[in-house]
Design a protein around this ligand. Sequence first.
Ligand code: FMN
Length: 212
Amino acid sequence: MGIVLDLFALPRAERSRTRKLRNAFFSAYLEKNPDASRIEVDLVRDAEKLPAWDEWDVQTKFEMLYGEGNLDEEMAARWNALSRWTDQLHQANLVVISTPMWNLSIPWQMKRWIDAVVQARLTFELSKGEFKGLLGGRPVVLLVSRDGAYPPGSPTAAWDFQVPYLKTILGLMGLGPFHEVIAEPMGLAGPQVAKEALDAAVIKAAELAKTL
Ligand SMILES: Cc1cc2nc3c(=O)[nH]c(=O)nc-3n(C[C@H](O)[C@H](O)[C@H](O)COP(=O)(O)O)c2cc1C
């Protein structure tokens, strides 16, 4: 119920495996919660609207993190633009993130969003060297796919800088608990294994949606 923030970094349309997980999740979720409102954030389309991190952006971040929060006109304008993205997180009751693995991590468009929203005073506070997240009480659903497989305990688990990274950085802002649906391996073990793994992940995404 409430507001669901639907963040996705999916360059592909109907070919996208991750998008199939997202479609399955939302059709089950909205069937169960018809009054929920969904805020869709297409990070591939809107990536250029996020800060590019020039010297002004970095200076603004550091002033709000380590300084007194004294911003000149240019810095204040940048901070206000950036807070639009963190406002969406504060409004949300549930956050759903749909992303493939790219080079063991996340697509740059998703990283650019993270660089925008992880901000002192807006989404976390730093007190005596400790992070205090300001977004507690918001569960997160991670819907991901990747060509290889990186199951916990396997030799390739240490290569997964996608799911553990997302949990760590989003957790620093207080987000959680985390629920994940991972479609893997989507390429490296051949098409039959990929199809079965994707079908199972689609079912899991729909089942998860009914529990939230
Ligand atoms: C630029 C790029 C880098 C990728 N890097 C990895 C990788 O490091 N490990 C992996 O298992 N798959 C990797 N993949 C494969 C994708 O994660 C996989 O095909 C995924 O299912 C694509 O998601 P989509 O079908 O939603 O587009 C990469 C794909 C692209 C386009």
